[in-house]
Design a protein around this ligand. Structure first.
Ligand SMILES: [Fe+2]
Length: 183
């Protein structure tokens, strides 16, 4: 079975080795999705659950609601994403003079990894009618980054300050919408 405390300790030990070391640890963890699901538990709700948080390392359990979409945002710290159930469709963006434009995409299925550098701008969609579950490891404090983070309005692509409370509410609203149409 996946040992959560062991995984956290591996990441704490590995963070000095940077993104490459974290990648190895996450890759190993998501290589057996059943074990990971057993260790973290079947998801009951969409949301972001912190497993560990410090100034130089944050480990999050992401559960994406079915069909939800999260607007473009940056991180300003490196990250490693590992999917252990479902699918994450990532669109990558770059800044233009007044907004951003899409420049690439990566669709991650179960066992898939994304290695994102500190300056990445991405948006994420869960394209399937089930919860998608992922481990996200960040090389910094995800909730209080050293530099103010940005998000971009999904319709106008205009930049504005990142708002963690809005992000959390997007997860809750997406789950509520899905539950409403199931009835
Ligand atoms: Fe992100």
């Amino acid at each position: 079975m996946f040992d959560k405390d062991h995984f956290i300790q591996d990441c704490i030990n590995g963070i000095a080795g940077g993104q490459a070391a974290i990648r190895e640890i996450v890759e190993k963890a998501v290589s057996n999705r059943e074990r990971l699901m057993d260790g973290l538990g079947e998801p009951k709700h969409a949301g972001i659950t912190p497993l560990y948080r410090s100034h130089d390392l944050t480990i999050l359990n992401f559960v994406w609601a079915p069909y939800m979409s999260l607007m473009p945002h940056n991180h300003l710290m490196f990250s490693v994403i590992g999917i252990y159930y479902g699918r994450e469709d990532n669109i990558f963006w770059r800044r233009t003079e007044n907004a951003i434009e899409a420049v690439g995409a990566k669709s991650l299925g179960t066992g898939g990894l994304a290695i994102l550098d500190r300056d990445i701008i991405h948006s994420v969609t869960n394209p399937i009618g089930k919860m998608t579950c992922a481990i996200h490891v960040y090389g910094g404090d995800f909730f209080e980054p050293d530099e103010p983070r940005s998000e971009w309005d999904h319709e106008t692509l205009i930049e504005r300050p990142w708002d963690i409370n809005k992000v959390k509410s997007i997860f809750h609203e997406a789950e509520a919408r899905f539950n409403a149409i199931k009835k």
